[in-house]
Design a protein around this ligand. Sequence first.
Ligand code: PMP
Length: 369
Amino acid sequence: MKRSFIREILESIDEETISFAGGLPNSLLFPVDDLKSSANNILKKRDVWQYSLSNGIKSLRKKIAKEYCKDGFETTSDNILITTGSQQALYILARYFEEKSIVIEAPSYLGAINTFKLNNLNIKTAPLQKDGIEIKAFEKVFEKAKLTYLIPDFQNPTSSTYSKSKREKVAKIIKKHKGIIIEDSPYSELFFEEKNKSISSLIPNNSFHLGSFSKTLCPSLRIGWIRASKELINKLLVIKESIDLHSCGLSQHLLNEYLKDDKKYQTHLNILRKFYKEKSEYFCKQLDTYLPEFVYNKPKGGMFVYGEFKEFDSFELLNRCMKRKVVFVPGCEFYVKNKNPHEIRFNFTNSSLEDITKGIKIIAQEIRT
Ligand code: PMP
């Protein structure tokens, strides 16, 4: 097992480095004052410091369930398991499906690939296109595996988003083969135009739907969740309890207090969407101006711009740029096999406009020398 290359890059850089590498939300938008007053309201209460329920505090689960209901996806607090970030949700599910075959997109989220490998899942892939996974290739591997892990909204690493028709086709295939989807959706609220209907809502009993407050609020809370049928949630609880008994009570109570005013959270989300949309447009404009040879699709949400320099090896380019204190992630890292040496993932959310221009200019200079 190798460590996450991205985490290694993040550890090796200093404050002067312009990082397009990590999937970091912009800390300027953390609603620090509101979180601070929520903290002030809860810290005096004794139960906040006590052991808590393994599936998570009920009022928080209720609030998460209500969001699903708003989207027409019938959900109650019994369908929700609070996890320590959605990364833990992936680990719990990998333990649950240990040694089974699983179909994932190529490329896919590195943290999921590593967790699946650690738990000896047999990973099969199908190519990811601009509008979602390639359907024929997917069905061919899925009919045997009967288990898939997909990121249909503003995917990490590609930002690719499934069309309505592909969502329906994938759901139909899963139902036909009596299979299961693990649908990972940490970016679904970060849309620039419209929210998509989840695949899970089309096949509620065949799905685990994963969410997280890491990208929408702040990652240090480490609060994510799994939405599934009550029976499946109960099966996962055994694994959850053996890992940490329950996710951090302080974080859960703080979040629960913050979410009491739904208007405040919705306003925050709207600010975030507008800010990230502007950042992504700026990033793309700088790419088009200084690096016209970079071929990519414009993101419709999320945090990444993904594409390729047809002529350049992305690792070699990274090594040269690192010396000039600019980093990004070579696309190879997101593949299990058939790695494309030319692809690159850029994060656009975390750098200032000034640093975006500066960093892209440095990459352009390295390409042209
Ligand atoms: N899934 C995907 C697709 C991600 O990109 C990430 C974080 N980069 C995670 C899960 C884990 O996020 P967290 O544990 O912070 O919720």
